[in-house]
Each structure stands twice: as structure tokens, then as C-alpha cells.
Design a protein around this ligand. Structure first.
Ligand code: CTP
Ligand code: CA
Length: 222
């Protein structure tokens, strides 16, 4: 009985998780993408679902298996991700933005496959909307909003900047310093940074265990 209670600590909570990369079309057969596997977001969706939450997962292209009971919304581009987030956000208690969203997309998508002609080719890019920042401006006091940060320099300082500018409750800093950590691997090394300035450093561990650490941190601020 007691175990059941601790296991279902997210019962009644509506959770939105985003995961995976976005693909930004160049022409009908090409895109600009990134190396995100979706593993971290899928693990978070899985763990929160296991702990009793009602989870909607919005995912870019990923080979990960959708956890049982999780509602999946598939997207391709940053624009589609933004639309899906806006459609679902107001109705959620907790949102975890782990998708690797493209910062730029081709300004024009060619109607036809681009043929090779000259020795070089430039493609003009335009900025995408910052989805997390957009959600941060819509967020009510009752909603919890969590972001990720990937930095290669001034990690803590840059992550703190994102925490504030995007109006997050906490940010999960992904450290690329260790072997095996980051985008495509099975492990991550994270630091959780709070609104109150506390930093929680975690060891390099399997993404499913990182997801449990994140879930426990959410419980501590619920
Ligand atoms: N993010 C987003 N919409 C974007 C870009 C990023 O919602 N167009 C979210 C990511 O999902 C992540 C957080 O913002 O949760 C931080 O992403 P990151 O790439 O680390 O930071 P950026 O704000 O994009 O800044 P930069 O890439 O210049 O470091
Ligand atoms: Ca970015």
C-alpha cells in the first residue's frame, strides 16, 4: 500500500514532454537536422507515466519505442512543434522541453530538388520561434515549466541565463564533458539549476536514471 502511494506520486497530473530533433526542409528530399536521439525525452515520459502521470509526448523523428500508455504526437519541424505545444500547453500541469529544436530554418523551401550546378551553394536561414520562451510567457503560477540547456562554454552562467529569460522553474544542464554523455548516447551527466540559485550536480548515469532524478526534483517543488 505504502509503495503504491510513493510510486504514483504524479497521479492526476497532466504532463507534456517534447523529445527528439526537428527536421527543417531544404527541398522535397533534404533537411537540416541534429543528432538528438530522443532518448532523454522518451525516458522522462516513461518514468513520469510509471509514476502515475497522464503523459503526452510530442516527438520529432526518433527510433525510440513509445512507452505504454503515453499519448504520442509526431512532428517534423520546429513550426509543427510550436503549434502542437501551443495546442496542449494550457491544459498541462508540468511541461518538460527536452526536444532539440532547430534555431534556424531555410528561409525558402525549394519546390523542386535542388540540382547541383555551381561549386558552392548558400542557403539562407531564418530564426525559428523560441518555443520554450513562448510557453514561459503563457505560463500560470500553477504550471511547472522545465527546460534543458546544452553548452560548450560558461555552462552554469549560460544555463542560468536561459532559466531566467525563458521563465522556467528549473533547467537541466547537459554536460558534454564526459565520455558517453549527451545527445546520442545512453547516458547523461546533468546539473539541475533552480530559480533560487541552487545547483544539484549528478553523476554520469543511464538516461532512465537521469529521468528519475528529474522526476524527483519535480516532486520536491510540486
Ligand atoms: N528551445 C525551444 N525553442 C527553440 C530553441 C530552443 O523551445 N527554438 C528550448 C530547448 O528545447 C531547450 C531550451 O530551449 O529546452 C534551451 O535550448 P538551447 O539550444 O540550449 O538554448 P537556446 O535558447 O536555443 O540558445 P543557444 O542554442 O544559442 O545556446
Ligand atoms: Ca539552440
Amino acid at each position: 500500500q505504502k509503495e503504491l502511494k510513493t510510486e504514483l506520486r504524479f497521479r492526476g497530473k497532466k504532463v507534456l514532454v517534447t523529445a527528439g530533433p526537428t527536421h527543417e526542409a531544404i527541398d522535397p528530399v533534404r533537411f537540416i537536422g541534429n543528432h538528438s536521439s530522443g532518448k532523454m525525452g522518451y525516458a522522462i515520459a516513461h518514468v513520469l507515466q510509471d509514476m502515475g502521470a497522464e503523459v503526452t509526448l510530442i516527438s520529432g523523428p526518433s527510433y525510440e519505442q513509445v512507452p505504454n500508455g503515453v499519448k504520442l504526437i509526431k512532428i517534423t519541424s520546429a513550426q509543427e512543434l510550436l503549434d502542437a505545444c501551443l495546442e496542449n500547453f494550457d491544459n498541462t500541469d508540468i511541461t518538460v522541453m527536452s526536444a532539440a529544436v532547430a534555431d534556424y530554418r531555410p528561409k525558402v523551401i525549394a519546390d523542386q530538388k535542388i540540382k547541383k550546378k555551381s561549386d558552392s551553394l548558400s542557403i539562407e536561414l531564418e530564426k525559428t520561434r523560441d518555443i520554450l520562451k513562448t510557453l514561459g510567457t503563457r505560463k500560470t503560477d500553477k504550471q511547472i515549466l522545465i527546460g534543458f540547456a546544452l553548452e560548450t562554454q560558461n555552462e552554469i552562467e549560460n544555463a542560468e541565463g536561459k532559466l531566467v529569460s525563458k521563465n522556467l522553474d528549473f533547467i537541466v544542464l547537459n554536460s558534454l564533458q564526459d565520455q558517453g554523455a549527451g545527445f546520442a548516447g545512453d547516458q547523461n551527466k546533468i546539473t539541475i539549476i533552480n530559480r533560487t540559485g541552487e545547483h544539484y550536480h549528478f553523476e554520469l548515469k543511464a538516461k532512465v536514471d537521469v529521468a528519475k532524478d528529474i522526476a524527483n526534483h519535480i516532486l520536491s517543488i510540486l
